[in-house]
Design a protein around this ligand. Structure first.
Ligand SMILES: C[S@@+](CC[C@H](N)C(=O)[O-])C[C@H]1O[C@@H](n2cnc3c(N)ncnc32)[C@H](O)[C@@H]1O
Length: 283
């Protein structure tokens, strides 16, 4: 039985290696962009987690935790009687996450290397399992949801936030801004990933047997130059993947980035960044 489980885990890991390539940068290079992303999304994430019942003393897992921005906030919320476990496929991300936790003086958060398909965390042990902008990068999001669900204690809560790159806008309208998201959606389609994870996320929850799910969709809007840089920095990080896929040229990327930076610097321009789908359910 144990041998069979180990074999299944190896098959899952192999599938992951073949299909799921993260499109953006990791480690120090990606940390700045993720800190902007966190600044923009933090209020919505915190509101959601408080709304679903995050409490002091809980044992929480953050899957695809990146540089630990949410994990470290969760650790503060659950306090000394609770604990947080962050898992990511990238050792570089985890190095940044550990550094940040140290700076914040947190002793109740642990970061470990693992795949969303095989986290290595103990089954049926968590009060809350969370992920943000993870499933969209995976080719088999329901396999990952199944794994996340299996980590929950009976009555525990699964909470996911994902982005839909087909729901964005810029005012005044900009072809460069539109092109940027076209490129992201094309690379996601080529790789079999899910950069349009909108209302479908609810169906994925149903598919893994979470029949009592709740859904909230919202459209984040970014006005300030520093936060608007999220878009051109993301495009910059994806350059290698986009060029390797043959869907753009270095010249087009240069022009698109330059134009989006100019829009970001214009105080009158509004960026409607990818719509967010939040889904949660109790096991
Ligand atoms: C967009 S980042 C989001 C990070 C973090 N959740 C946040 O909101 O700040 C996505 C993260 O998922 C991680 N990731 C990608 N594929 C993964 C997989 N199969 N298993 C675990 N983590 C994965 C990446 O390394 C990256 O850190």
């Amino acid at each position: 039985m144990i041998a069979l489980q180990l074999l299944q885990m190896d098959i899952l890991k192999e599938k992951m290696k073949q299909d799921d390539r993260y499109t953006l940068a990791t480690g120090e290079l990606g940390a700045h962009r993720l800190s902007i992303l966190n600044k923009v999304h933090k209020p919505y994430t915190e509101f959601l987690l408080q709304r679903v019942g995050l409490e002091a003393g809980m044992v929480v897992a953050d899957i695809g935790c990146g540089t630990g921005n949410v994990s470290n906030w969760l650790a503060q919320q659950v306090g000394d009687n609770g604990s947080v476990f962050g898992v990511d496929i990238s050792a570089e991300q985890l190095e940044q996450a550990r550094k940040n936790a140290k700076v914040e003086g947190l002793s109740n958060v642990t970061f470990s290397l693992g795949s969303a398909y095989a986290t290595g965390l103990p089954l049926e042990s968590f009060d809350l399992v969370y992920c943000r902008f993870l499933l969209m990068h995976l080719t088999q999001p329901t396999d990952a949801l199944n794994q996340m669900q299996s980590l929950l204690k009976p009555g525990g809560i699964l909470v996911c936030e994902e982005a839909d790159f087909s729901c964005t806008f810029c005012d005044p309208p900009s072809r460069a801004y539109e092109r940027c998201f076209e490129l992201f959606m094309t690379i996601s389609d080529i790789r079999g990933q899910h950069f349009r994870l909108g209302a479908t996320l609810y169906r994925f929850f149903m598919d893994v047997g979470l029949a009592n799910s709740e859904v909230c969709l919202f459209q984040p809007v970014v006005l300030h130059q520093d936060n608007k840089r999220l878009i051109d920095l993301s495009l910059f990080e994806a350059v290698d993947a986009l060029i390797e896929a043959g869907i753009t040229t270095p010249q087009e990327i240069d022009q698109t980035i330059t134009q989006i930076r100019a829009l970001a610097a214009d105080e009158k321009t509004v960026f409607g960044i990818p719509r967010v789908t939040q889904v949660w359910a109790r096991k």
